[in-house]
Design a binder for this molecule. Sequence first.
Ligand code: FES
Length: 719
Amino acid sequence: MILHICTCKGLIDVPASPDFGSDVTVEVSECLCSKEGRAAVEASLGDDRRLVLAGCTPRILERFFGDIDSEMVNIREQGVFLGKGWDGIETMIRGGIERARAAEPVEKRERKISKKSVLVIGAGVSGLESARWLGEMGHDVVLVEEDPFVGGTVAKLDRLYPEGTPNSHTLYPLVNQVAGNDHIKVMTNTRVENVAGTVGDYRVTLRTSPRGVIECVQCGKCVPVCPESPVDHGVPRKAIFAQETYPDEYAIDFEACTRCGKCVEICPAKIDLDEPAREEEIAVGAIVVATGLRNFPIANLSAYGGGKIDRVMRAIDYERQIAAGIIAPEKVLVVHCAGSRDDNYLPYCSRVCCLIGMKEAKLTKDRFPNAEVYLSYIDMRCYGQFEYLYRTLRDQAGVVFLEGRPSEIFERGDRVVVRTEDIQSGEYLELEVDYVVLATGFEPDRETLAMLGLPSDLDFPYGYTGTTLSPDSNPQGIFLAGAAAFPRGVLESVESAREAAAGAHAVLSKDVVTFRTPVPRIEAEVCASLHCRLCVPTCPYGALSVVDEEMTVDETLCMGCGICSVTCPAGANTLEAWEDEAILAEVEAVADEGSIVAFLCKWSAYNAADRAGYDRLDMPSELRVIRVPCTGRVDATMVAGAFARGARGVLIGGCYPDSCHYRHGNTRAVSRVKLLQRFLSELGVDESRLRLEWFGSNEGQKLVSVVREMSGELASVGV
Ligand code: FES
């Protein structure tokens, strides 16, 4: 074992020849983080001996040594800064040494990036923008789109908020840059059937539906002879049709086509109504998902007349009917939050629909200045720069804003009657309008997210909607762009598409990605003896699964929380570097009679202890800190181990409710601690000796107060 002790530029008084046993070689540096210090550590690598680094907080040490297997002992922030002399520091170092003895080394893992191309799923603005950036960086891109033409939702729209700019401003140059880039292969009418493999080597099954039009000279003779007129987002077209994006050729909508053959007869090029579907497998190193959102079905909103009254329509249909000259409204009501923030439909806010509703009001006024436009809302959410859209409509365009949800919408002759309140004026109104526009919310593309195994909450992928996404995760090669992650408008989608492209580029530009995130090791025989599978649903990332009857860990999905290890009743599952034996060995080395053993989550409470050090707070000397990845990693044996060593109290400190870095580790800790407290009580032990508390990273003072109270110095904490 090699122990490097840092004096942190003379802040820590290290005796001349510190002795930690004959098998421990001690090297003292003035600054481990300096070039010389790092070289000294580097020089001690290369044999099988374990490494212990005693110096400043792991938050800093990991910056320089996160790549090597070592135990870190924080003798600065939680040692000398908290008033510990050499005796206290020596105990801390012994804890690190014992832990290092008991822990298994964590392997550095590698994933070869053997495939250098990238798949972009979805060719709306987000997918197009990601593909454009990746193509310009020189990567080979396969861009797949389910529809026969690229452009997604934006291609269907007439205008974009906030200014009401025609979609052509954004879309046409983007489409041309993608279609003109030789690195980008565009596959329309194509869907992803399956994705297997891992970062650097995904195998993707694609299915291309028949287009029907094999060769096309764009003469358009097929259109007038086609007898079918399906409605596409509110506007009728023929079953054979084209769109002003890409490719520049017609396509057949086989859901509407009756195969009458009239187009085949008149076409001077080639149409094949019996063209078969094709399936192929491609291999890529990374994937960008840009499949966007799904409109909440208007038919589900029958209470608003949705699906029952033709003049009650979705925003996109209304906009397209105005653009096509099908309708010319004189009096219209836009209903905001139609079905949103409502437990009967969508419980959440879709964020962009307020702006979409206001855009419909604006384009009505732009086209028909004398039209009366009403807008009913429960809250108006036009954030940042979009505020001016609301103010312009209200103060200059003469749009009437009514606060309240409509209570009734029904037909009277060829008009639509809306009964609603206006909280602002205190009046109950009955409006007779030509059209009602429902600004509905959006739903995630559940199918694609599930196929890719992306864990979700409210069905949105929570790696993107939570605040804890961080680079501590193992390498993944799947990136979400635009509204595939959560509701985003065009501006934000384009920005996020660039970020996704940058993420994919970072992976593809390497030959190998390496990582050292600890993952659970599973003893197959022990696991098989119980066969309980309890750990599978506890993993917040879906990293555990049963493959060929054997519990398997997907190392690229695991984030190293250790929640699953605690769940295993057979003891078959143990998290590398945070094994029970290693944590217990440290507890045994540092805990003594009257001590307060604190298992502190490295994301929150451990930083609060550092904060207490930076602020030189008067921390009771009884505190013994054990760093853990999450409160969800602390189990009964660790608590019992501390009490067995004579600890006066055991504190488990973690992130506040709902803010656990690993989603629900702290929730599991709550139930575990309650059980243990009941158990202690039954043994006649005061249950308050075991305590679970939440800490923010800056709550050093709270930590001091809790430890003081537990050590008997204070009667009550009151924080
Ligand atoms: Fe802090 Fe789970 S990560 S309690």
